[in-house]
Design a protein around this ligand. Sequence first.
Ligand SMILES: [Fe+2]
Length: 382
Amino acid sequence: MALKGQGGAIANAFDLRFKNIANTHVVKLGDQLLALWEAAGPHALDPITLETYGLTNLKGVLKDKEPFSAHPRFDPGHHGTRRMVTFGVKAGPKSIVRLMEFATEGKDAGQLISNREDSFNGFSFLHDFAITPNWAVFLQNAISFNPLPFILGQKGAAQCLKSKPNGKGKFLLIPRESGMFAGQTPRTFDAPNGFVFHHLNAWEKDEKVIVESIHYPDFPEVGPEEDFLQMNFDLIPAGILSSCELNLSNQKVETKRFSDQCCEFATVNPLREGLSARFSWMAIAERAAGYAPLQAIKKLDLLNLNQCVWSAAPRGFVSEPLMVPKEGSQAEDEGWILVLVWNGARCGTDLVILRANNLHEEAVVELPIAIPPGLHGSWVSD
Ligand SMILES: [Fe+2]
């Protein structure tokens, strides 16, 4: 990263500073809005005015430069009150995972209420995780990090990640301190071949933990020299929604695919986080199979695989759908889907609001600013 001048390898060589870009997620915790980037601490903002307060150590919870994930999960109340569960990873030949739970309600909102650290062999690139009432579930992909091109200024750090040939990924199950396995050591399970950025959900059934994730056949590398107008989509790995059933009593893992259609950013009703959920909403490619840009939103019934689709194609490109449940509703799919769409026809961003149960369009709000396609966001009820 060259801070001034023309950049390039000579300017960047041996410059190991990172800029905390705070670009991956934004969540509300207590009276602050946190802008998150997984390799460093959160930036705090005023939730109303969006004034930036600056880096925060969350009332002394985080040490200087301690990594703090950009993928917190919100426990809807498995242990009484709602919580934010999150983690930080110190990656190296051994990776140390710190699991943290924060109160989100009342006068204690923002307080750390649970904390543990576990060490695992091997380098870990852990972007996301999932929670159940008793477990925090991670997938340690078979990925290696070669820092040399970064040190020499030839590549960014993320471009130094590579799939390990013949490597085997692992599921890491860390007991939650509020759950029935508190204080026990983590469990590990072999993961299917491939790569996972994002999980949909996880839940428990008898002796099993079921983890639903978007699996890629390989780590999707995109190099800095890539010409996006010349890309052959067939050469890019497609994300496939699958589930892995981890049997705690016999260590067996059973895998099932839900669909062949390329997807990303899958979500369930937030009140079903950590519990079995029947419905999922996700961003999908228009093609029935194979990689392509995300242009549509799909609602998938995970039981019978019925689906409905809302499409922004050919000139619209969708971001992550957010599911906002209707207050007081008993139906899991009653509520709204909020999605930012890059509208290529007018070169602007639309906020599209869909009915969650049938994806009928409720409203299209043409935003006065253009928002580039991004990563994650949150809905907070007033
Ligand atoms: Fe993510």
